[in-house]
Design a protein around this ligand. Structure first.
Ligand code: 4AD
Ligand code: MG
Length: 432
């Protein structure tokens, strides 16, 4: 029996004996012939069993195996231009490990709640397989991008004593005798790390008690947060643009099959190239003012419909900078040219995905930052360590946060972020 290989590596074994281990994806039989589609996690391949060419017990067992039965098969790998992956297996032997009947997810249409309740099984279907593999390639691309630019990955804590992104979405945890929160963002810690290491990024789960039930919000999502000492807002925008171009390019290079499974319009992804349009908040507001359906009022933050209108005016991500400081976080530096504005940027993804990146240059002046903390009604004590960064060698610096699930949803062309994470957590969902 040959040593086991995977479907993704069949091209290395053309004309040879192979041994595959996986699950039955689909079966069709014609008298003395079974066509078994085997999936093994790396791909799907058609395996042909002739009644005369395999042991009778195997022919019998495969004929009675339902969808998702576990089995291993061995035989000859032959090039078959008409087969989806270009190869077919002429089976000579094998065994059914577990015969399954009544697998809950069938090729017929299921409702989204049913599928989400069965997420642990739904992950096996072709589209979800493709999404998870795109997510993996996005993660690898992000790490590669920062690594090639000499960034150091630093992991911030998840239990934190303070809020980073406003107090309304904090998850409170009973931390022994003390109150703690699940982190909303690793940024404040990334700032500390940037003063120690220069260029850093954090990559981890973040938590927000989002009461909104939208297609863009999860309560647990993954964020990538670069932070750079001596960076200005322009540097931050440049870095964000470079990262997105790199990620899309890498996914196009490494995950074409998956994007095809998802029926993604590749031309739209191929267009994602620098330079991205950069417009100010005021310019974005002017776009909305001209739009008949917009209810936006100048001075407000953009709502999801506003972001969609703005992003639909462009064919690639758009960088919107310098929002009114009132709608933004306490740590952002004010624009010296117009102190009513923050030195910040939101990147709005194309095709209605909304904000995928939020970033800024940080307030580096101790007195100004102390004042902001007070103005935002935040308690001063838990921020003393953060203020030390402005007491000891303060420098201009900045960074951003990229939402992984929104990025994956956009690249995959899927409507809802809940499919962009293996096990989504939302206000209504804690299981499976
Ligand atoms: O704009 P946000 O809130 O920025 C921060 O947290 C900064 N501290 C980041 C930084 O400068 N280091 O969040 C950043 C990104 C958003 O643009 C969005 O992509 C994603 O995180 N995000 C969410 N994704 C899914 N579900 C949610 N509830 C999200 N909230 C934010
Ligand atoms: Mg934001």
């Amino acid at each position: 029996m040959p040593t086991p290989t995977t479907i993704a590596r069949l091209s290395e074994h053309a004309g040879q004996q192979v041994h595959l281990r996986g699950w039955l994806y689909d079966l069709s039989s014609k008298g003395k012939l079974h066509f078994a589609k085997l999936r093994d996690g790396s791909g799907i391949v058609q395996c042909v069993l002739f009644q005369k060419g395999v042991p009778p017990e195997l022919f019998e067992a495969v004929g009675h195996a339902g969808q998702e039965s576990s089995l291993e098969l061995w035989g000859k790998c032959v090039a078959e231009p008409r087969a989806p992956g270009g190869y077919e297996i002429q089976v000579e032997g094998g065994r059914v490990l577990q015969r399954v009947e009544g697998y809950p997810i069938t090729p017929k249409e299921h409702g989204i709640e049913f599928l989400m309740d069965h997420r642990h099984l739904w992950l096996r279907s072709r589209r979800q397989w493709a999404v998870m593999r795109v997510r993996d390639a996005v993660i690898t691309a992000i790490r590669g991008f920062f690594d090639a630019r000499d960034f150091v990955c630093v992991d911030p804590p998840i239990f934190t004593p303070n809020a980073c992104e406003g107090t309304s979405t904090l998850f409170e945890v009973d931390y022994f005798e003390q109150k703690a929160f699940l982190t909303q963002s690793g940024q404040l810690y990334a700032e500390a790390a940037a003063m120690a290491l220069g260029k850093v990024y954090s990559f981890g789960p973040t938590f927000r008690a989002e009461k909104s039930k939208t297609r863009r919000h999860l309560t647990e999502f993954w964020m990538i947060e670069p932070e750079v000492a001596y960076a200005t807002l322009d540097d931050v925008m440049e870095l964000a643009e470079g990262l997105l171009c790199h990620v899309v390019r890498e996914v196009l290079r490494r995950r074409r099959t998956e994007l095809e499974v998802l029926e993604r319009d590749l031309a739209k992804l191929e267009r994602i190239q620098a330079p991205f349009p950069r417009i100010s908040y005021d310019e974005a507001a002017a776009i909305l003012a001209k739009h008949p359906e917009s209810t936006f009022k100048h001075g407000d933050d953009f709502g999801a419909p506003d972001e969609t209108i703005i992003s639909n005016s462009f064919d690639r991500p758009v960088l919107v900078h310098r929002y009114p400081h009132q709608v933004k976080a306490f740590y952002m530096k004010r624009d010296p040219a117009d102190p009513s504005k923050a030195l910040c940027v939101d990147v709005l993804g194309p095709e209605g995905v909304g904000e995928i990146i939020g970033g800024s240059q940080r307030e580096d002046d101790l007195a100004a930052l102390e004042q902001r903390i007070a103005e935002h009604g935040l308690p001063p004590e838990p921020f003393q360590w953060y203020l030390d960064l402005r007491r000891y060698g303060s420098v201009p610096h900045g960074g951003f946060g990229l939402g992984l699930e929104r990025t994956v949803a956009w690249i995959c062309g899927i409507e809802h972020v809940r499919e962009a994470i293996p096990f989504p957590r939302t206000i209504y969902r804690l299981t499976p």
